[in-house]
Design a protein around this ligand. Structure first.
Ligand code: SAH
Length: 220
C-alpha cells in the first residue's frame, strides 16, 4: 500500500486505528488475524471524504443509496465466527455494499465471490478493492437471495443484510462442513445466526441480537 491516502493522518491515522482495535478487543474480539485486518484495511477510503474523520468510530456510516457500511465490531464479529474451523477456500458474500467487509475478508480466505443488488455501489466497491491491490474477489450485480450457483459449493457464506428466513438457495450452495453467517428476522428483532451444514442436518447457533438493513429481492 504505497498510496499516501491509505496511511491516513489525524482522525484516520495509525493511532486512531489502534484505538478502534483496542475497543474491539474490549468487546470480546479475540482473533489476532481479524484484529490485524481491521488495523490494516483503511476504512476511511470506503466512505465519503466528508465523513472520513469518523471512519474509525465503531459505528455504521452512510454509503449512499440508503445503505450503510457495517459497524467495525459487526464486521469483526462475523469474520471471526466465519473463520472458526478449517481454512476457507471458497467464500460467497452477499451485500458487498462499499466493499469494506470484502476487503477485511479478502486477506483471510482463498477466493471471494461477492454479490450486490445496487449497481453503482458494486462498481465503486470494485474500484476501491482494485486500488488496494485485492485480487481474489469476483463481483456480481444480482439478487443474492439466489446465491451464485456456478461457483458453489462454498465453505463459507456471509450475508450482510437480513432476510426473514434463511434463503434455501444459500443452504443448498453451502458445502458439507461449511458455515453460513447471517442476520435473520424482521426489523427490530433480528438475530445473528451461524449455521453449519452437516450430512443430514443444519446446526444452528444464535450469536445475539443485531440490526442490519433488510435483504431485498431483485436488483436496482
Ligand atoms: N458489508 C457491507 C454492508 C453493506 S449494507 C459494507 O460494509 O459496506 C448491506 C448491503 O446489502 C447493501 O449494500 C444492500 O444493497 C445489499 N443487499 C440487500 N439485499 C440484497 C440482495 N438481495 N442481494 C444483494 N445485495 C443485497
Amino acid at each position: 500500500m504505497t498510496d499516501p491516502r491509505f496511511a491516513g493522518i489525524g482522525m484516520t491515522s495509525a493511532r486512531t486505528r489502534d484505538r478502534l482495535v483496542q475497543r474491539l478487543r474490549d468487546q470480546g474480539i479475540k482473533s489476532l488475524e481479524v484484529l490485524d485486518r481491521v488495523r490494516n484495511v483503511p476504512r476511511h477510503i470506503f466512505v465519503d471524504e466528508a465523513i472520513a474523520s469518523r471512519a474509525y468510530e465503531d459505528t455504521a456510516l452512510p454509503i449512499g443509496f440508503g445503505q450503510t457500511i457495517s459497524q467495525p465490531y459487526i464486521v469483526a464479529r462475523m469474520t471471526e465466527a466465519l473463520l472458526e474451523g478449517p481454512p476457507l477456500r471458497n467464500v460467497l458474500e452477499i451485500g458487498t455494499g462499499c466493499g469494506y467487509q470484502t476487503a477485511v475478508l479478502a486477506g483471510l480466505v482463498g477466493r471471494i465471490f461477492t454479490i450486490e443488488r445496487i449497481e453503482p455501489l458494486l462498481k465503486r466497491a470494485k474500484e476501491r478493492l482494485k486500488e488496494l491491490g485485492v485480487k481474489n474477489v469476483r463481483f456480481r450485480h444480482a439478487d443474492g437471495n439466489l446465491g451464485w450457483a456456478a461457483q458453489a459449493p462454498y465453505d463459507g457464506i456471509l450475508v450482510a443484510a437480513a432476510p426473514l428466513r434463511v434463503p434455501d438457495a444459500l443452504v443448498e450452495q453451502l458445502a458439507v462442513g461449511g458455515r453460513l453467517l447471517m442476520p435473520v428476522g424482521p426489523e427490530g428483532q433480528q438475530e445473528l445466526v451461524r449455521l453449519v451444514k452437516r450430512e443430514q442436518k443444519l446446526e444452528r447457533q444464535s450469536l445475539g441480537p443485531v440490526a442490519f438493513v433488510p435483504l431485498l429481492g431483485g436488483v436496482s
